[in-house]
Design a protein around this ligand. Sequence first.
Ligand SMILES: NC(=O)c1ccc[n+]([C@@H]2O[C@H](COP(=O)([O-])OP(=O)(O)OC[C@H]3O[C@@H](n4cnc5c(N)ncnc54)[C@H](OP(=O)(O)O)[C@@H]3O)[C@@H](O)[C@H]2O)c1
Length: 292
Amino acid sequence: MNERTPKRAVVTAATGGIGMETALGLARQGWDVTVVARDEGRGGAAVARIDEAAGRRAGRFVRADLSSLAETRRIGERLAGEGPLDLLVNNVGGMWTDRRESPEGIEASIVLNHLSPRVLTEVLLDALAAAAPSRVVNVTSSAIAAAQTVFDDAEPPGPHYGLAVTGRAKLAHLAYSMELAGRLGPRGVTVLAADPGAAATDNAAQMTIEILPPALRPHWEQIQKGVSAPVASAATGPLAAATDPALEGRTGLVIGPTGTVDDTLLAFVTPELTEAVRAWTAGLMATAAQRS
Ligand SMILES: NC(=O)c1ccc[n+]([C@@H]2O[C@H](COP(=O)([O-])OP(=O)(O)OC[C@H]3O[C@@H](n4cnc5c(N)ncnc54)[C@H](OP(=O)(O)O)[C@@H]3O)[C@@H](O)[C@H]2O)c1
């Protein structure tokens, strides 16, 4: 690692859930942590907890609605202007039973799980490279296993099932992450995906059985048991991806819920899929640019 201390981390959606636990874990390990989320009140409370965990002033809240790509870009440019960045944890994500739209009129789980973290990462690339060796951690999900892998249209064909749509967005982001790993390796930025596993967060609490495609509904009880797991333990994967010295330079891996390398989800990322995701993403970004 480089010599600058304390190291600077940006963690998105970290005023609650897995992001908050990841931010607290980083603070305990001596990092300065910038939390990006929407709510000022939750932001203030998160900063107080981060400061307490660090035993010093280590937290900062930056307000942004990351479902707006224009706002994500603005915040990214502001953070990029602050100099070298050692760690970006793209934790923001979401899965809902009902279909929602972003301010730019794109299905919201595609935006929060793929387009928005992609915009933030791209804007911060030079700041990350300036801090090399540095890392990008993209929080992924086993929902990928339920993804519809068709990328012809903005949304998959047929009825909206939150798990399948979110799984598809996470798959797109995993394909992007692997591409990014190849691109950033020579610049000293390690790119890792981290699967936190299921946990009892606010997002998990609002899910109903209708989130599942009918074929998966017999598994609802089992899935519900999974999302009753403690949130703190779900930060194990993201924290290992962010800080484990043994992962330095081992770019393009997925870290599983136990904090070890787990390539299960990478089986879904084929060269054909990566190519399809690239074209699909470009189309969505063009649509968003027209509408913002
Ligand atoms: N929970 C699980 O079982 C599970 C399983 C696998 C993967 N994951 C992944 O883990 C990550 C975190 O999930 P979670 O369950 O902890 O989510 P969560 O409970 O919804 O996270 C809450 C955090 O997200 C922030 N947030 C929500 N919408 C936002 C927006 N538009 N802009 C900025 N911040 C926003 C909230 O802050 P504000 O309200 O202040 O904005 C809060 O800090 C996601 O990528 C998710 O896909 C979760």
